[in-house]
Design a protein around this ligand. Structure first.
Ligand code: ADP
Ligand code: ADP
Length: 237
């Protein structure tokens, strides 16, 4: 097991209130790590500290460190755009852009670098295949993404994240807005994707953590220890 990210004594505050406290853990390469705990315990804040999008919420304070590729990402000299390409994210509510299916997936490649049309086509096809969506959309790539079902939209968001070839994919309750069938498809996908990248997933659902993860980090259910991680280990099957 090789750590992809090493979190050391990390605390995070929104203006004056503390959301997470003293978190230390490794997120291992090519493994799925589930972050589990009750609502409000800091799960979402925590995974968003791993690519520094928590701080987009406003005035915040961060203590401790997050090491990725041998560097503390809270070092002021880090390139945030590059970091966020390497550590992609999928949110709770599917949030495709109001563009075609094709353009949604190509979006990140267009802003990062110039590509030939053929290269873009290949990247889009391969990301949609990786997200197990290709067969469902290959005949309507130029149709609006907003016409897809919720489950398809979420797999499209996963394809959009995968297209830029991240090393790590963060997922914040990616199934909680989906029906059971769509949830099952996304869970299967998560399981298969770990052969190509590292995944950290927030869930409040213990059964889901059991189904998809290799490691589980439990955040405290105790009011007096809010925002603390209380247990970390291999997921009990
Ligand atoms: P979870 O994902 O476990 O439900 P969150 O990380 O969303 O927990 O929230 C942790 C704590 O931080 C909660 O008390 C929540 O109200 C607070 N919080 C989350 N986002 C913000 C924000 N943008 N500004 C202030 N407080 C926030
Ligand atoms: P999620 O867990 O997906 O972020 P929430 O409903 O907890 O969903 O939060 C929705 C949005 O509101 C998020 O951007 C979150 O950071 C923000 N938020 C949550 N709690 C607070 C809070 N106490 N004050 C301000 N913003 C908050």
């Amino acid at each position: 097991l090789i750590p992809a990210i090493k979190v050391k004594n990390l605390s995070f505050y929104y203006s004056k209130s503390k959301a997470i406290e003293g978190i230390s853990m490794d997120i291992y390469q090519n493994q799925v790590t589930a972050i589990i705990g009750p609502s409000g315990c800091g799960k979402s804040t925590f995974i968003k500290t791993l690519n520094r999008i928590s701080e987009l919420e406003g005035s915040v304070k961060v203590e401790g460190s997050v090491e990725f590729l041998g560097q503390n990402i809270y070092n002021s000299r880090i390139n945030l755009n590059q970091l966020r390409r390497q550590i992609g994210m999928v949110f709770q509510k599917p949030n495709p852009f109001s563009m075609s299916i094709y353009e949604n997936v190509a979006y990140g490649m267009r802003i990062s670098r110039r590509r030939s049309p053929t290269e873009l086509d290949e990247i889009v096809e391969s990301a949609l295949k990786d997200a197990a969506l290709w067969d469902e959309v290959k005949d309507k790539l130029n149709k609006s993404a907003l016409g897809l079902s919720g489950g398809q939209q979420q797999r499209l968001c996963i394809a959009r994240a995968l297209a830029v070839k991240p090393k790590i994919l963060l997922m914040d309750e990616p199934c909680s807005a989906l029906d059971p069938i769509a949830t099952m498809k996304v869970e299967e996908l998560i399981h298969s994707l770990r052969s190509q990248l590292t995944i950290a997933i927030v869930t409040h659902n213990m059964q889901q953590a059991t189904r998809v993860s290799d490691f589980t980090a439990f955040f405290s259910t105790d009011e007096s220890r809010i925002g603390q991680m209380v247990e970390f280990g291999t997921t009990e099957q």
